[in-house]
Design a protein around this ligand. Sequence first.
Ligand SMILES: [Zn+2]
Length: 388
Amino acid sequence: MNLSLVLRHILAAPGAVSRATIASRMGTTRATVSRLVDELCNTGLVCDCSPSGDASRGRPGIPLAPQFGRVVSLGVEINISYLSACAVELTGEILAQETVRGDFAGSDPAVAMAQLVDLARRVMTAAMKSAKAANPVFVGSGLALPGLVSLETLALAPNLGWRDLSLDELLEPLSDLNPVLVANEADLAAFAVANPRPGAPDGPASFVYVSGEVGIGAGIIIDHHPLAGAHGWSGEIGHICVDPSGPICSCGATGCLEAYLGLRALARSAGLPAGSTPEEIVSAARDGSSEARSAIATGGAALGRALSAIVNTVDIPEIILGGNVAVLADELIPPARDELHARVLQSPWAEPELRISEVRADLAVIGAAHKVLQRLVDDPIAWTNGIP
Ligand SMILES: [Zn+2]
C-alpha cells in the first residue's frame, strides 16, 4: 500500500516531487520513503531526474518521475464502424495507435476478433520498438466493447448484434496479448477523462460522459469513482425512454434516446443516407436542410430529457459530450440545455454544466490502456514480483 502511495505521488506530479516532499505529504520519515523509492527505481518504474537545486528548503531534492517506456499497456476496441488499438506507457505517452474503419454491425465475433488481433499485434510491435531503450515490459491489454459486459460474459451488444458471448471464448484470439480486462467503451472513455494520465486522477471529480456512435452510452463517475452498478452495466442512457410513442430502438423498446440520437437514427430523420457521418449531418443542417435541423433539434431535446433523469437521480454537476455527440454539440447543446433547465429540479441553484470533450474517438482505447496500468499502480508488488 505504501509502495502504491509513493508511486501515486510520483505519477501525480512527475518531475516535481522528491523523496522529502513525498515523506512530508505522507507524514512519514524520509528514510521510509527513500527505501520505497529505491524499490521502485530498482524495478525501473521510476527514475531520478536531474537535481532541482531547490535551495529554499536548505537541501537539494532530487525530483522523481516515472521511467518513460518501461511498462507498456494496450487498449483495443471493437465498435460498430471501426476497430482501434492504442499502446500507452506509464508517463501517459501514446507509443503507437491505429484505427481501421469497417462495418461490424451484425458481424461474426470470431472474424471481428481476428481482425482486431492483427491490428493489435501491429500496434504492439510499433510500440515496443519506440520504447526499446527503456527495456519495455508489456503488462497486458484491455478490450472496450459497445455493450453490457460482466466479469464472465458479454451479455448484449445490440448494435453489433452480439449477445450471450463467453468472455473466455471471445478473448481466446487475444491470449498472447494478455487480456486482463474487458469493459464497456463509454465506461472506459469516462475513465480516461477522469484519469488523463495513468495513475493520476486529475480529471473532474463527478461527471457523466456521453459517448455516441450508432449507439448512445455513458460512463458515470462520482467522486472520482466509476458508478458501475450491481453487474457493471450502468450508464446505458441510450435506452432511457424519452417518448413511449417514439420510434422503435435496436433494443426492441420504443422511444429510447438512441432512437433519436444514435447516428443511424439521426441520419434517417435528417433525410440522409444510412452511412452519413455526424459531420455530414451537421453540414446539411448548416446548409439549410430543415430536415437535418429538425433531426438535430429533436435529438438534442431527447438528450436533455434523458440527462435530466440522470441529474435528478444522482445529482451530477457536469455532463461531458464525447464521440459523435461532440461533433454535433454546437447544435445539440441549446435544445438539450432548455430541457435540462426545465426538468432538473436543482437548476435554479446549480445548473448542470454541459461541455464538449475534445473531439477524439480514441478515448475508450486510452481508458482501457490506462485502466490496465492502474492495476500496476494499485499493486506494484504483485507486478515487481513477476519481473524477470
Ligand atoms: Zn433502446
